[in-house]
Ligand binder design. Structure first.
Ligand code: GLA
Length: 393
């Protein structure tokens, strides 16, 4: 009897191990597009320890952390000299990187950092070339959770290659080298590739370990540039998914160069694209409007939808574009974008989009339910603006 009980017990332990119920799996890195803040767009070379702490505090007090923004990412210009052993040290703007990481972690947030596979970063600071293992270990020792790895001066080395194919291989190898270095540390560190979309990175970013990869050159705080980048993402949705995302660059919301309609377009398009949401403004001086743009729950929920299916363009009539993103609960996010400077009347035939004539619909930015009984929807969309809908059967 006792033997049979022991056998039974052993069987259940074995079965539960097999089915994975014995212990929950740790959540995968970047299971949804990373959310947080990055220093570059607003502070560029002026970023320092004190400013990072102020941003960290602001992210907690203004509700962004609770809305899902987790990463505090230091971009270029933190790097100092290497010592005799080749170990990188931060410069005088960052007196103690480990203490800073401890501070960020104490607020329930994570810390990101930046480097380049080249000898120099884009702002001409020390890159990781020849020191990949050492640098990854240093980051892990400090408690870093995210690395943006920016091609920059590595392009000069690629120019020495004897063919485009071998230049491509040099770049791929450089990204693999840092991936392996990060893995060796044993610390989960989100790996963000930045090489401006060269060589159609979306096709191979996942194979070099990227959790996200920049698909474009740099954004700027102007509607024309944001729209050029965002709307150029048509056709690459299939390359994104949980753990590996297309990254059309950081947000400019709140930096002042676009009006509220344009920033709503920016947020809506990035949510449809399942893009990382990395705020690029000064979090300590936000207007209530900027806070509401960045933390709108229903917009963030679309971006962070757990199915992780990136949306795509379904139609374009001149400047009027309709984009759609399938969501985990069977509903769809549908965005009506007007790229013209003047208002336009836009029309959606939901039957053509696969819906029946009756459906439930919500205007996300207005926070209002809409009644549709004939499958047709008309809206006047402001210049450079958007109507973002969440539609279910
Ligand atoms: C490149 C990147 C930017 C930023 C700067 C920093 O331009 O694309 O996002 O990191 O370098 O020098």
């Amino acid at each position: 009897m006792k033997n049979r009980l022991v056998c039974l017990l052993a069987f259940f332990v074995f079965a539960s191990l097999l089915s994975g119920t014995a212990g929950a799996q740790p959540p995968k890195l970047a299971a949804t597009p990373p959310m947080g803040w990055n220093s570059w767009n607003h502070f560029a070379g002026k970023i320092d320890d004190a400013t990072v702490r102020v941003q960290t505090d602001a992210m907690v007090s203004n509700g962004m952390r609770d809305a899902g923004y987790i990463y505090i990412n230091i971009d270029d210009t933190w790097q100092g000299e290497r010592d005799a052993q080749g170990i990188i040290h931060s410069n005088s703007k960052f007196p103690d990187m480990k203490a800073l990481a401890d501070y960020v972690h104490s607020k329930g947030l994570k810390l990101g950092i930046y480097s380049s596979p080249g000898l120099k970063t884009c702002a001409k600071y020390e890159g990781s070339y020849g020191h990949e293992d050492q640098d990854a270990k240093t980051y892990a020792d400090w408690g870093i959770d995210y690395l943006k790895y920016d091609l920059c001066s590595f392009r000069d080395m690629m120019k020495q290659a004897d063919s485009p194919e071998s230049a491509h291989k040099m770049m791929v190898d450089a990204y693999i080298k840092m991936r392996d270095a990060l893995l060796k540390t044993g610390r989960p560190i989100v790996y963000s590739l930045c090489q401006y979309g060269n060589d159609a990175v979306w096709r191979w970013g996942v194979s070099v370990g990227g959790n996200l990869w920049r698909t474009t050159g740099d954004i700027s705080d102007r509607y024309a540039r944001m729209a050029e980048i965002g709307f150029s993402q048509a056709g690459i949705a299939k390359y994104a998914g949980p753990g590996h995302w297309n990254d059309p660059d950081m947000l400019e919301v709140g930096n002042g160069g676009m009006n509220a309609e344009e920033y709503r377009t920016h947020m809506s398009l990035w949510a449809i694209l399942a893009a990382p949401l990395l705020a690029g403004n000064d979090l300590s001086t936000m207007t209530p409007e900027t806070i509401s743009l960045l933390t709108n729950k229903e917009v963030v929920a679309i971006d962070q939808d757990k199915a992780g299916i990136q949306g795509d363009r379904v139609s374009a009539e001149g400047p009027m574009e309709i984009w759609m993103r399938p969501l985990a609960d069977g509903s769809k996010a549908v965005a009506l974008f007007n790229r013209h400077a003047q208002p336009m009347d836009m029309h959606v035939d939901f039957q053509q989009l696969g819906f029946k004539s009756k459906m439930k619909m919500r205007d996300v930015w207005a926070g209002k339910d809409i009644e549709v009984t004939n499958g047709q929807y008309e809206a006047r969309v402001p210049g450079h603006g958007v109507v973002l809908l969440r539609v279910s059967k």
